[in-house]
Design a protein around this ligand. Structure first.
Ligand code: PLP
Length: 422
């Protein structure tokens, strides 16, 4: 486990707790699998961003797709956070959670006219535009509504974030963003559209980034363009550096939130843009280390070449290992003595990709609880109902209390809206 100050999962007397609540208590009352989040850790990470930006005109827009639970969004909304959304569904969710529309930015490559209309009617802060065609659509929808839509163009700076290829978004062969020369032309076009108001510029180069260099490289390219646009009379109010800061899943040395912000502020100051409104869109670095997936071992199976601990959580509950071969830390909830053996921790889903951890040295018996740590981001938000499995319950711990913020789905929930032919 990492020794980060706000890591909320710690052992007390041999039993793993989230803040002051033993995970055994949650498993007994809520069952498993269950996602457990720490209120303290979520808010601490958010506040680290805010404090690192103190004295600046800045807005932290939490990326909803990392963890979209209403309870999580509401904690952040109450703390004053903005939100980065990527769909009309996330817009509705954020507003239902109490988000201020004026602090919402809307990213994504395939916004529909209906989604654009809804976001415009809600009065969001900015559309982060990803193509010339999208700009034309937003202009048309805005003019039809008698409005001007605030926009930013998402630049593809063509830098390698040195992370997994599935979560790299700022390289020139990526579907995301607009190449710099094209963006320059598109800003000139945007300035002539009566349904468009130019608000800013943005980029987002990837996720789980563990080095500051690619950010600074991307920022330099954004500032080059901002300067060229300024010389042509195209002014921008804000610069949005996106999200993507990595967290420690294992022993990665990710830059701290403070180091990350300081590097970008220094770059902005050096380039003479430190006085503009600066936006950040962190997702994983706010909620990742704040959550764990609590699961129970169903079966211990000795295969021909490997031992398997088959647990009640599967790839449908936590997709990261199957999708990215991600390494997730697995810890016993109650420490036992006895010889350790090597296990693959796998789920019950009928796919060979259904594994959560490989070759882990554990002392574990059927019936034991395991915690899969750093599962607060891209865990529940990527969960599916594959194999007609209801998605896990979700709990937020607050000190020595916990709150069920989403009950476990039942099988009946899953087919409740399906029908048979007459
Ligand atoms: C996913 C995403 C984010 C958040 O990324 P993290 O790695 O979770 O910080 C921010 N902005 C955009 C546009 C995204 O797509």
């Amino acid at each position: 486990m990492t020794a980060q100050a706000d890591h909320p999962f710690v052992y007390d007397g041999g039993a793993l707790c989230c803040e002051a609540v033993p995970l055994t208590q949650i498993a007994a009352h809520v069952g498993t699998p269950t996602y457990v989040y720490s209120k303290r850790a979520i808010l601490a990470a958010y506040r680290r961003y805010v404090e690192a930006l103190a004295g600046r005109s800045a807005l932290v827009c939490y990326a909803v797709k990392a963890n979209a639970n209403l309870g999580v969004l509401n904690l952040l909304a109450r703390a004053g956070s903005g939100f980065d959304i990527v769909s009309g569904g996330e817009l509705e969710r954020a507003l239902a959670a109490g988000a201020a529309a004026a602090r919402i930015v809307f990213s994504g490559v395939g916004k529909t006219e209906a989604e654009i209309g809804a976001a415009l009617a809600a009065g969001i802060a900015c559309f982060n535009v990803e193509s010339a065609a999208e700009l034309e659509t937003i202009d048309r929808v805005a003019r039809a509504a008698g409005r001007r839509a605030p926009i930013s163009l998402r630049i593809n700076p063509d830098v390698d974030p040195r992370t997994h290829q599935y979560i790299s978004t700022g390289l020139k062969f990526s579907k995301f963003g607009i190449a710099v020369p094209e963006a320059e032309e598109l800003y000139r076009r945007a300035a002539r559209l009566s349904g468009i108001e130019i608000a800013g510029i943005d980029c987002h180069i990837g996720s789980q980034i563990t080095s500051i260099d690619p950010y600074v490289e991307a920022a330099e390219r954004v500032f080059d363009l901002v300067d060229r646009l300024g010389a042509q009379g195209v002014g921008l109010r804000h610069i949005d550096f996106g999200g993507g800061l990595g967290i420690a899943y294992r022993c990665e040395i990710a830059p701290s939130i403070e180091q990350f912000i300081a590097a970008l502020l220094a770059c902005a100051d050096r380039r003479g843009h430190g006085g503009k409104t600066l936006l950040f869109e962190p997702g994983r670095s706010i909620v990742g280390n704040a959550g764990a997936l609590l699961t129970r071992v169903q079966v211990i199976k000795a295969g021909a070449a490997k031992n398997f601990a088959i647990v009640d959580a599967g790839m449908n509950d936590l997709l990261r290992p199957a999708l990215y071969e991600a390494w997730m830390d697995v810890q016993p909830v109650v420490l036992r003595t006895g010889e350790k053996r090597s296990f693959d921790v796998v789920g019950p889903v009928c796919e060979s990709a259904d594994w959560l951890a490989r070759d882990r040295s554990l002392t574990v018996l059927a019936g034991d609880l395991l915690a899969i740590l750093s599962a607060g981001a891209y865990g529940m938000s990527m969960a599916s109902n594959y194999n007609s499995r209801g998605r896990p319950a979700e709990v937020i711990v607050d000190g020595d209390q916990y709150h069920l913020v989403r009950p476990r789905e039942s099988a009946a929930d899953l087919y409740a809206t399906e029908t048979v032919l007459p």
